[in-house]
Design a protein around this ligand. Structure first.
Ligand SMILES: Cc1ncc(COP(=O)(O)O)c(C=O)c1O
Length: 358
């Protein structure tokens, strides 16, 4: 059995060392020392001024929307995970879908202006598969219309643009540290901003609005994370460079052994520092994808239609996004994880090539 992804587990003794400390201190959650250490280490690793460790990448999006006080319509991408859209709706706003770029699969900035109305408050775009959005164009539009910008960077850990972490762009960037992500804390997420005031707001929101034991600063939620999750993060962080290097080599090897396959790939070659979070393949049509997926499944190999259907197809709000509709029907993520072997990759390639030529 080859799964589509496999969480990385650090050597047991490295995790245990942190767990021993938890037992010694008897401090399990509520802004504990490991949560603080993880936030510090992540800020160092990603070279960020501010980052808060939160429960997961969905809460991160909700905190971001809440902290910016967004109302009305939020322009967003149809090509992302469902949490990107449902967070908008959960926060009482309306998603307005704008189609994606056919090569990068991120929101098409040239279509954003036409979707702006007097109710628009923000743009929420996803660096899908870790591919950076066209952040400069998006910021120009946001500045012109006084809109806020949130980036869903759930897939973008470690990605850099113009020498900076991709999380530095926009008013707030969010990340997911879910077990299947390049860097993970089992469940977890992060919010990043350069603005200390927004940071303060998100810190209150994350902790019920507590301002000390007896005072409250507005309404908050429980968006905290625990010492155990932080311990996993600290243990995993030491291995992230290594995991990333392995995934890069695997991706390069896929390109080589799949060269006879009539498929395309999202454009990643001009990304200054990419993280190889996923290996999405664009088949020529949906039938070819379904045949390939079935052939892999018959041999015990997992693959995932990530993302299908497009979020504009889920009945939340209407959205005319022909490029996303078409691409979501023929994109399939192949197995990519730290222990995937070359032999397994060759087996996957053989199956895909065989089914193509049948
Ligand atoms: C693009 C995107 N946004 C948000 C999320 C939600 O993150 P979490 O699972 O940590 O809540 C995910 C999860 O995979 C995602 O892929």
């Amino acid at each position: 059995m080859i799964p589509v992804t496999k969480p990385f587990l650090p050597p047991r003794e490295e995790y245990d060392r942190y767990i021993d400390g938890i037992w010694n201190r008897n401090w399990l959650t509520n802004n504990g020392p490991l949560v603080n250490e993880l936030e510090l280490r992540l800020k160092e690793y990603l070279r960020l001024d501010h980052l808060l460790f939160v429960s997961n990448g969905t809460i991160a999006l909700q905190l971001a929307i809440k902290a910016l006080g967004l109302k009305g319509e939020i322009i967003t991408t149809p090509f992302s995970y469902v949490a990107t859209t449902t967070s908008i709706i959960w926060e009482g706003c309306e998603p307005v879908f704008v189609d994606i770029l056919p090569d990068k699969l991120t929101i098409n900035p040239d279509l954003i202006e036409a979707a702006i109305t007097d109710k628009t408050s923000a743009i929420l775009a996803t660096h899908v598969y870790g591919i950076p959005c066209e952040v400069e164009k998006i910021q120009q539009i946001a500045d012109k219309y006084r809109l806020k910008v949130i980036y869903d960077g759930a897939h973008a850990f470690g990605v850099k643009l113009k020498g900076k972490s991709i999380f530095e762009y926009g008013d707030i960037s969010t990340c997911s540290f879910h077990a299947t992500k390049l860097f993970h804390t089992i469940e977890g997420g992060g919010v990043v901003t350069k603005d200390p005031e927004i940071l303060k707001k998100m810190a209150y929101l994350r902790n019920f609005g507590h301002d000390g034991f007896e005072r409250f600063n507005g309404i908050g939620i429980n968006g905290k994370n625990s010492e155990f999750h932080a311990a996993m993060g600290l243990a995993v962080l030491n291995h992230v460079d290594n995991i990333l290097e392995k995934k890069k080599k695997q991706a390069v090897y896929y390109y080589e052994i799949l060269s006879g396959l009539r498929v395309g790939y999202p454009k990643t070659d001009q990304i200054e520092y990419y993280n190889y979070a996923y290996f999405p393949v664009l088949f020529s049509n949906e039938l070819q994808l379904e045949k390939s997926m079935k052939a892999l499944e018959d041999q015990g190999i997992g693959s995932r239609r990530y993302f299908f259907p497009g979020l504009n197809q889920l009945g939340y709000t209407e959205g005319n996004c022909p490029i996303s509709d078409e691409i979501s029907k023929r994109v399939l993520c192949l197995p990519l994880y730290h222990t995937l072997t070359k032999e397994e990759q060759r087996m996957i390639a053989r199956i895909l090539l065989r089914i193509q030529n049948n």
